[in-house]
Design a protein around this ligand. Structure first.
Ligand code: HEM
Length: 671
């Protein structure tokens, strides 16, 4: 790897980009409909909110600045400057045999020493933060990786970060020397929402919480969740059917965000957000808090720590209010579950699971784990956030990728037709849904969630010749690892076959020797990896089998922006059509009561073919929270004013806006 000199990244001010609301709920609720000016294919990104404060350089200009400077060779200047400066003198002296040659030899020795010292100094890019802020951070990091290689320091004034893009170094940080690292910056950023939950916690607290929480995701629990994934997916098809009937495109990123929220709410604390069919203050509050966590992870100034910021800054005031709503809701759920535990007559064992409430919260309380309500809340909040955005992003980018790979879509369908037919998957089916799993594995390689893992060195550590002092902040760029030309053949191409024969092991950090980290690795590896993979698999298998998804080309191209996970810049708008299954054998299209209906009782799979989904009300499309701002205008109010449609457990009153009635008990055929 070459040695490089420190450089200054500069930027020129240009026009200010339009702000883009990233919250799917806000977007779908039409609170702000602004669209980004600058759009990029998903190798670049768009301006998040923070770009407005700290940089006036639009994305393209920023990217081009960096590209132009890389091309100019300024970052590839290698070796010792002193050695280079003295080289012409040495060459001139070498021509003079009496005095010149001995001096030249002396200078050559010195030059060798300078070069070897320089080789021990880590390559360093000095920058103007404006060239990085405001675009997805992993994009410039990738460009710099291609020039600087597997380890380099990125410095902005007094701040600096070590960027790691090498599997062996990643393994050292995550596995072999894991006790030398903490979550550092991440704990500071997430403290306001996760406190000492598993993701930000370190040391003894982390050990204790991991010991307590991991057993809750036992085999039987995950198997029962698979049934719930199917139910939630089916519930969500009402919304897709609205889109089919109306002909309007639908923001599938928003859709998956809501699906994942509904699932994680039930899985973690047995709360039915039902965000797929309605909006309410709790859902809004959850999204406000999520967006704030992302905002804080991308903002270069921790202004919220300034005295009075939470009172004076409107955004921070809103965040405090949202936190209060979420905390109150969680406290209520904790109290309710405590009462259930007191009243129920269930013996606790390591596979404890209650039909009435199979949540992780129930397991934790029934286990007799003595923890404060605050710690419990921190744990629940952590899992809510960790398990929601990630899975939603994986589904979003998988579907996006499939849109340009019809052959993969067809292969998924063949597999699902054969293995499942029209029923939802159960946990046993995963052994057979191998190609579909590979598609998700490959989409997670191309779009890792999160794209960067953050650590702080608690002690000095060494990576080959490079010393990283205690206190250093390190970014393991999973994006760089997953797209490294040294590790992958045609790294930017979607090739699910790259992981070998389908009957081989499911790729993970061990099979790929830390070159593939979809769920991290080592002792802080994701505790929800199986849960999440099953969740994505159920949703993808069921939806791709039943619907055709086609990108809405009338919308701006899909670009990337980032918070904790990779978001699209303006939504993933797709036209949805029912798949033509007329050619399929009737036997495959049978409806049956699935064996998975374990913990969440009523299965709604049979409702997939319910005529209610094509009722006039559904055709109107106004009941979908997704369609409030869609391109095709809703029907005139008079036509829909009195219409109502029952969607799963909620009655949606149609009227051109999001006006959703309270949950009403509806049978499985409610769809
Ligand atoms: C596709 C979905 C998911 C992806 C891509 C994902 C990814 C990750 C990654 C990369 C890490 C490691 C972070 C680090 O080392 O800094 C992690 C940790 C974690 N994940 Fe997930 N995750 C997903 C779903 C879930 C779900 C569903 C849950 C909960 C049910 C969950 C709970 C956690 C927790 C608690 C941690 C912290 C573990 C620790 O530090 O001990 N994740 N996840």
């Amino acid at each position: 790897m070459q040695q490089h000199q420190s450089r200054t990244l500069g930027g020129r001010p240009q026009q200010q980009p339009q702000r883009l609301p990233r919250c799917p709920v806000l977007r779908s609720a039409g609170i702000s409909r602004s669209r980004p000016i600058v759009h990029a294919e998903p190798t670049e990104g768009n301006q998040p909110d923070s770009g407005k404060l700290f940089g006036l350089i639009p994305l393209r200009a920023r990217g081009e600045n960096l590209d132009a400077r890389i091309e100019s060779g300024e970052f590839t200047d290698a070796g010792s400057t002193k050695e280079k400066l003295t080289r012409p003198l040495r060459q001139a002296l070498a021509k003079e045999p009496i005095v010149g040659r001995p001096v030249a030899r002396f200078l050559a020795d010195l030059g060798r020493r300078w070069r070897s010292e320089a080789a021990k100094r880590m390559p360093e890019a000095r920058g103007d933060i404006r060239e990085i802020v405001g675009q997805p951070v992993f994009v410039p990091l990738y460009k710099l990786f291609l020039v600087y290689g597997k380890i380099f320091r990125l410095s902005f004034g007094p701040k600096s970060f070590v960027i790691i893009s090498d599997p062996a170094y990643a393994k050292q940080i995550l596995l072999t020397n894991a006790d030398k690292y903490s979550k550092g910056l991440l704990s500071e950023i997430l403290d306001f929402v996760m406190g000492t939950g598993l993701i930000p916690a370190d040391g003894e607290v982390w050990k204790a919480r991991r010991r307590a929480v991991v057993p809750a995701l036992h085999r039987k629990y995950v198997a029962s969740m698979v049934g719930m994934f199917g139910d939630c997916t089916v519930h969500g098809t009402a919304t897709l059917d609205c889109a089919v009937a109306s002909g309007q495109s639908i923001d599938m990123e928003n859709y998956f965000s809501r699906l994942a929220l509904d699932i994680i709410g039930k899985a973690v604390f047995n709360y039915d957000f039902d965000s797929l069919t309605h909006d309410d203050p709790v859902i809004q509050a959850v999204y406000t808090v999520l967006r704030e966590a992302e905002h804080r992870s991308t903002a270069p100034l921790a202004y919220w720590n300034l005295p009075g910021a939470t009172i004076v800054v409107p955004r921070q005031r809103r965040c405090q209010e949202a936190l209060r709503i979420v905390n109150d809701t969680l406290d209520g759920l904790i109290d309710k579950c405590k009462k259930l535990v007191e009243e129920e007559d269930m013996e606790f064992n390591e596979e404890f699971l209650s039909d009435q409430d199979p949540s992780i919260l129930h397991f934790l309380l029934a286990s007799g784990d003595e923890i404060s309500s605050k710690q419990l809340r921190d744990d629940l909040m952590t899992m809510l956030i960790a398990g929601h955005e990630t899975t939603a992003a994986v589904l979003t980018w998988t579907l996006y990728t499939l849109a340009s790979h019809p052959e993969a879509t067809e292969a998924i369908r063949r597999e699902v037709d054969e293995v499942l037919g029209d029923r939802a998957p159960n946990v046993e089916d995963f052994k057979s849904l191998r190609f579909t799993t590979r598609v998700i594995n490959e989409a997670m390689r191309l779009y890792p969630q999160p794209p960067v893992l953050i650590r702080r060195a608690l002690q000095e550590d060494k990576f080959d010749q490079y010393v990283v002092p205690a206190g250093s902040d390190l970014f393991i760029s999973v994006w760089n690892l997953h797209r490294s030309p040294e590790l992958w053949d045609e790294p930017d191409k979607f090739k699910p076959e790259r992981f070998g024969p389908l009957d081989g092991p499911i790729p993970n950090e061990v099979t790929e020797n830390f070159g593939y980290l979809p769920f991290g690795g080592g002792r802080r590896k994701c505790i929800g990896d199986q849960f999440a993979l099953f969740e994505a698999l159920v949703a993808l298998a069921m939806l791709v089998r039943r619907y055709d998804f086609v990108l809405d080309t009338s919308k701006p191209p899909v670009g990337m922006t980032t918070g904790a996970t990779i978001h699209t810049t303006g939504g993933l708008y797709m036209h949805v059509k029912k798949r033509d299954m007329s050619g399929l054998a009737a036997a495959v299209r049978r409806q049956e009561t699935p064996a998975y209906a374990f913990a969440y009782g009523t299965s709604t799979v049979a409702a997939m073919a319910s005529p209610a989904s094509s009722s006039p009300a559904a055709v109107a499309g106004g009941g979908c929270p997704f369609h409030t701002g869609a391109a095709v205008p809703p029907p005139p109010p008079a036509a829909v004013a009195a219409a109502s449609v029952t969607v799963g457990g909620a009655t949606a009153t149609l009227g051109g806006g999001v006006s959703i009635g309270p949950s009403a008990p509806a049978g499985p055929a409610g769809l």
